[in-house]
Design a protein around this ligand. Structure first.
Ligand SMILES: [Zn+2]
Length: 284
């Protein structure tokens, strides 16, 4: 699932390509993925794009917004030309080289180009909402880890209240917005903390180190344009892949050598999610 670095990369790319442009039409191929009225969108100009955790918010000139959640396999691909069938410079995972593909469920006709929403698993959604609707949808999100609000004090507070494994708390969107399985695994390795440690058992030193590690791995993710591992659908709106998967610390590296101590990285299941760690370097 696209996490903070992936959605932020999508945001920055679309800010360059579609902000200021007019939405001329929408074709909804799979109705369950589009919630709202097309007439609230068609004819408006795209004024700005923000990210709220893993959710993208596109503001329109009539005060409405498009809120987009990619869930497991959602993609946005911008093609700066029109045509019934367009060929891409880069093949897109689960869609191929031509759009619309079988996985294309919504198409925005925007000035001289088209924005394709593809989603193999069909859990993603696009909602048309006014500001109050946006607040209802994203108002419960926790602190943004790259913002000032993500302080040591904030982490201390959320950890002190729960004995849940620290990794589960890191992935709780109502506590920290945008951190998912990839970056939670890698941040805990970076901090030398076991993913199963009870959150409230962490020392002040561990919390300080963990905060720095979360920021470090997210910034790394951003630097490499997000993670496009073989089993993931994520790509940039240009159709290009991200490269953070070449820099995974422990995520999906079960059986491989730890970069710090050379011992074998292990995988366990924690709350239903694949959890990767070095049993030597990561302490309870
Ligand atoms: Zn190690």
């Amino acid at each position: 699932m696209p996490e903070l670095p992936e959605v932020e990369t999508i945001k920055r790319s679309l800010q360059k390509s579609i902000v200021g442009k007019k939405i001329i039409g929408i074709e909804v191929i799979l109705a369950k993925q589009f919630q709202g009225e097309k007439r609230d969108v068609v004819g408006t100009n795209i004024q700005g794009i923000e990210r709220k955790g893993k959710i993208l918010k596109i503001s329109l000139s009539n005060g409405k917004n498009l809120l987009i959640h990619f869930k497991l396999t959602g993609q946005l691909v911008w093609v700066p030309k029109k045509g019934e069938r367009v060929t891409l410079g880069h093949p897109v995972p689960f869609a191929g080289s031509n759009l619309p593909a079988k996985t294309t469920h919504i198409i925005f006709d925007i000035d001289e180009g088209q924005l394709f929403f593809n989603d193999l698993r069909q859990f993603g959604w696009i909602k048309v909402l006014d500001e109050a609707g946006v607040v209802k949808e994203v108002g419960k999100l926790g602190a943004e880890p790259l913002d000032k609000e993500f302080s040591e004090e904030y982490l201390k507070q959320i950890f002190s209240r729960t004995a849940k494994p620290v990794k589960v708390v890191l992935m709780d969107q109502e506590k920290i917005a945008g951190v998912g399985n990839i970056y939670a695994n890698d941040a805990l390795f970076e901090a030398g903390i076991s993913p199963t440690s009870p959150a409230k058992a962490l020392s002040e030193t561990q919390i300080k180190k963990l905060r720095e590690s979360i920021i470090k791995v997210l910034e790394d993710g951003l630097k490499y344009g997000g993670s496009s591992a073989a089993d993931e659908a994520y790509i940039k709106p240009t159709g290009e892949a991200g490269e953070y998967q070449k820099h995974f610390r422990v995520y999906q590296r079960e059986g491989q050598k730890c970069s710090k101590c050379g011992r074998t990285i292990k995988r366990i299941n924690l709350s239903g999610r694949g959890t990767f760690f070095c049993p030597i370097c990561q302490k309870q």
